[in-house]
Design a protein around this ligand. Structure first.
Ligand code: PMP
Length: 363
């Protein structure tokens, strides 16, 4: 039998793949819109495709297990040393490496209600106790989270912006929190969506690494850099924590296609700017659409938005599916009346709004 913490988990449920939905409802894959997994709707950077083609002939070789070139490029861009960077098979890998290196069955891990689904998974997988702190106005209640820290607490997960709510933590709030957390407790600041932030009210976690040696910032190439399928993420922290993560890391955890594509996309400033533009405009389009439908939503700084249907969202989700629109129900995140919608291309957003309007009118 699996260990007790694992028995209590349910498997992570990803957005339904387009092909599966097409088969299920007899739809044409081209007629399906998927706005369910906070993916980049733009398609990859052409530089990433070229870089992958260039490394394909080396497929018989193991990748660079230390990710030298990618770490070098990241370190220059971010102003940290390569020894502060750990590469992961997606940033999920970083979340798992930190718990495997530092958390055991005797420990507690604190995170917020409506937090990313992988936090309980990596916590309970190592036999630790998850301490879930109620949110306020959908966002992290950092005061309550700091108050929930006990002598057993080893780690705290904070996502900024948060998934699935899109809520964010402002600078002063984060600073007060970091100052309150005891130094033996690791703070994982999950910044998977940070590249979408275009306002100055959301702090950059890297600014706090010097002052707080217990801080790990995790980031990803899956979102604004458009490489979700390749699985590349990274953690930035003081070398002592990075060294411990490196000890439990699987050799070759980031494949060579992923390393090459990440390196190329990192240099493609135009791609990042376009990702942001599409996101900014798509967010405004969805907000205007929700206003027209008299629906409330949670203001978001990510590439997705949680809309409140004012009633149970599950039947609406099902009907959207039947009509070829895949979004994400978030009842498993304690949000039964909301749907989370990723920002797509203008036509995709419009299709979602049109079908939603029709479903709401008929139901
Ligand atoms: N953190 C948050 C808050 C996320 O929403 C996601 C992706 N949904 C991840 C981490 C992990 O992304 P990846 O493993 O693709 O980097």
């Amino acid at each position: 039998l699996a260990q007790p913490g694992v028995q209590k988990l349910s498997p992570y449920v990803p957005g339904k793949p387009v092909e599966e939905l097409a088969r299920e409802f007899g739809l044409r894959p081209d007629d399906i819109v998927k706005l369910a997994s906070n993916e980049n709707p733009l398609g990859p950077s052409p530089m990433a495709i070229a870089a992958i083609q260039a490394v394909l002939p080396d497929m018989t070789r193991y990748p660079d297990g230390n990710g030298f070139a990618l770490k070098q490029a990241l370190s220059q861009r971010l102003g940290v040393t390569p020894t502060m960077i750990t590469l992961g098979n997606g940033s999920n890998d970083i979340l798992e490496l930190i718990t495997r290196a530092f958390v055991g069955p005797q420990h507690e891990v604190v995170f917020s209600e409506h937090a990313f689904a992988v936090y309980p998974i990596v916590t309970q997988a190592v036999g630790a106790q998850a301490v879930v702190v109620p949110a306020t106005n959908w966002g992290h209640d950092l005061d309550a989270m700091a108050a929930a820290i006990t002598a057993k607490t080893r780690l705290v997960f904070v996502a900024n912006p948060n998934n699935p709510t899109g809520t964010w933590i402002e600078k002063g709030e984060l600073e007060r929190f970091l100052a309150r957390v005891p130094e033996q407790v690791i703070v994982v600041l999950d910044e998977a969506y940070t590249e979408y932030v275009e306002t100055t009210d959301v702090p950059n976690g890297l600014d706090y690494l010097k002052q707080y040696p217990n801080l790990l910032v995790s980031r990803t190439f899956s979102k604004a850099y458009g490489l979700a399928a390749l699985r590349v993420g990274y953690g930035i922290c003081q070398p002592a924590i990075a060294d411990a993560m490196n000890r439990v890391r699987q050799p070759f955890n980031v494949n060579s296609l992923a390393q090459a594509a990440a390196l190329a996309t990192l240099e493609d400033d135009a791609y990042l700017a376009e990702s942001r533009r599409i996101n900014r405009e798509g967010m405004a389009q969805l907000e205007a659409g929700f206003t027209a439908l008299k629906l409330q939503w949670i203001p978001s700084r990510g590439n997705f938005i949680a809309v409140d249907l004012g009633r149970e969202a599950a039947p609406v989700f099902q009907e959207l599916l039947r009509q070829g629109v895949i979004v994400r129900p978030v009842a498993n995140y304690g949000m039964p009346d909301h749907l989370r919608v990723s920002i797509g291309l203008p036509a995709e957003n419009q299709r979602f709004l049109d079908v939603l309007k029709q479903v709401l009118l008929n139901g």
